[in-house]
Every structure is written in C-alpha cells, then in structure tokens.
Design a protein around this ligand. Structure first.
Ligand SMILES: *Cc1c(COP(=O)(O)O)cnc(C)c1O
Length: 341
C-alpha cells in the first residue's frame, strides 16, 4: 500500500468522474461556445452570488489575473508573509503585474483589520507605492489549513471600502473552510470583489480553477487570461470534472478533516514530536524535537511507502484527501504509534 499525504493535489479522477468528462458536450471556449464550461462558470457565479465567473487551467493563473485586474504597475498588494501569491507563484505578482507585496506578519497566514490599516501607504505620500489590493487566503496553506474568522473579514472589507482597495480571496481551499465552519459561498461573495477557487485540490479534479467576481472588474479577465496563455478550446471535458466534483465531493471533505484531526491526536502523543499546529481542516503541520533530522524522518517514512512533505524551517506537512482511504488511514496511524526513531 502506497500512502501519499504530500498534498490534496495527488488525487486521480475516479471512474465516475472520467465518465462524466467523456460524455459531456463541448465547443470552442475561446468563442465562449463550450456549453459545459459555460455551465460550470454560471453555476459557480450563482453559488457565490456574483454575476461573472471564468474557468482557468490553474489557481496560479486565476490569482495572477485577479492581481492584474486590481492593480497598476508600481502598486502594492497587502498580503500575509505566508501567502501563496507571494511564496509559490514564481514571483508572478511582480512579473505579470509589476506590483510589490507589503507583507503582514500574521498568525497562521491570517491577520487583523488593524494590521491592514497599518500596512496601507498614505495615497498622497508619493514616495511609497500606492496600495491598491488586499489579498487573503482561506483556508491558509502555509498557515496549516486554518480558517479565518468571518467577522474579521467583514472588518477588512470595511477598511477596503474606506481606502478604496480591492479585496481578493485566494479560495484554493475555500471548500474546506465552508465545510469546517458551516459557512456559505454567498457569504464570501458579499465580502470579496474577486474569488479564485480550485477544483483540483480537495475536490479531486485533474485540473481547473475558476475566478469569480463582479461585472465591472471581470470584464477584462478574459483578456488577461488570453495574455497569460490561458485561452482554451474544447475544455468542457475538464469543466465536466468540476461539475461532477461540485455535485459529489464537497460534503465529503468532512471525512478528510476528521482523518486529519485523528492524525493530530496521534502525533501530539509521540515523544519525538515537539509541536502540532491545531488542525481545523485537512492540513496537519508539525515539528520534530530539535535534535531530530527532518530528512531522516521523511526517508524512514518513504522506506515504508508513506510520503509527506517538508515546508522548510523544520515544519512537516500532511494533507488528507479523497484518495486517502480508511485502510490507509488505519495503517498510517498504527505505523506512527509504533515508530521508533
Ligand atoms: C494550490 C494553491 C493555489 C493554486 O495552485 P495551482 O497549483 O496553480 O492550481 C493557490 N493558492 C493556494 C493557497 C493554493 O494552495
């Protein structure tokens, strides 16, 4: 048995998902003539209570498009020091949009409305970059799958209104937050100008992200997607996987969360584990005792067909997902309990 807990992106489409892809209707999406893509976009727009949605090949391209839509070259984006747009998009914010990031020293990838106010450069002080966008992530990736307090997001919205800033949600794992906190997509649609969501993480699709937003700002999204090379043709085959996932794979995320919680419980009792961050969704971040070597630990796991990932700075990461079965889970928990380093 091979157990891969490096990421929730390692899942493979099921037979049923593949069937739904094979037998869907397609057309040329660059002409906006793919009925399945159109249906997926309409469905997600409606779900978040927004007028517009656009299908993208990746979450990175959806986020990069959002940044471009909200900013002009030279502007500054406020985000957490652990933000995906800052750490994991290849420097795309500066490459594609010519913007810099003002990093907030948040907690588990989250910050307060007061911290946003402090990070805004006064617009009449022309020496500093003009602040034009606030970006947050829910759930937080480097923050260990933590979920934002919705009341804080509403406060940040008010700050954005006062200071005329855009507000973008990187919702790669928004589905996990909605399930964990029992919130609705419409709540998020009310607070954010633009929202990117991933179909290829917890929802188990082979590919696909969608950018959702208000009419005026989304008007130019299709042009930016084209510029970034993301104009696609008969991709209804891929959008069909997304529709299948929205129908079948959202509620079941609670299963992934339960398993992650059980892993947290076992890890926190192990003598060689120094610290486990509180688990809220499907990500478990933990640290080994100081004298222990991470790469030896990872190697021992690999020798036993178990893969997890290192995030650097002594942090190890486990992500539960659709293809992590009950059998694998039982096996992994017993393996951990019996582990001697
Ligand atoms: C995965 C992820 C993305 C998008 O990643 P792609 O691999 O480009 O689809 C964006 N933000 C966060 C927080 C992510 O975890």
């Amino acid at each position: 048995m091979k157990i891969d807990l490096r990421s929730d992106t390692v899942t493979k489409p099921t037979k049923k998902m593949l069937d739904s892809m094979m037998y869907t209707q397609v057309g040329d999406d660059v002409y906006k003539e793919d009925p399945t893509v159109n249906a997926l976009e309409e469905r997600l727009a409606k779900m978040f209570g927004k007028p517009k949605a656009l299908f993208f090949p990746s979450g990175t391209m959806a986020n990069q498009t959002a940044i471009k839509l909200h900013t002009q070259p030279g502007d500054q984006v406020i985000c957490d020091k652990d933000a995906h747009i800052y750490n994991y998009e290849g420097g795309g914010a500066s490459f594609n949009s010519g913007v810099s990031c003002k990093l907030i020293n948040g907690s588990r990838g989250m910050f307060t409305a007061e911290q946003v106010i402090e990070a805004i450069n006064p617009p009449d002080f022309y020496h500093s970059p003009l602040t034009s966008l606030v970006e947050i992530e829910n759930t937080t990736n480097r923050g260990g799958g933590a979920c934002w307090d919705f009341e804080e997001l509403k406060k940040i919205r008010t700050v954005c209104n006062t200071h005329n800033l855009g507000f973008h949600l990187d919702g790669a794992r928004i589905w996990n937050a909605l399930v964990a906190k029992n919130e609705t997509a419409k709540d998020y649609g009310k607070v954010f100008d633009t929202i990117s969501v991933c179909l290829s993480k917890g929802l188990g699709c082979p590919i696909g992200s969608v950018l959702i937003g208000d009419e005026a700002i989304m008007e130019n999204a299709i042009r930016i997607r084209k510029i970034l090379g993301g104009g696609m043709r008969q991709v209804g085959y891929l959008a069909a996987a997304g529709i299948y996932a929205l129908d079948n794979n959202i509620e079941r995320l609670a299963e992934d969360h339960k398993k992650a919680k059980e892993i947290e419980t076992v890890l926190s009792k192990l003598f060689f584990v120094k610290k486990v961050e509180p688990v809220e969704t499907n990500i478990v971040i933990f640290e080994l005792q100081d004298q222990l070597n991470d790469s030896n630990f990872l190697k021992t796991l690999e020798n036993n067909n178990i893969r997890i990932s290192s995030m650097g700075q002594g942090k190890l990461r486990i992500v539960t997902h659709l293809d992590y079965t009950n059998d694998m889970h039982n096996h992994f928990l017993i393996f951990l309990k019996n582990m001697r380093l």
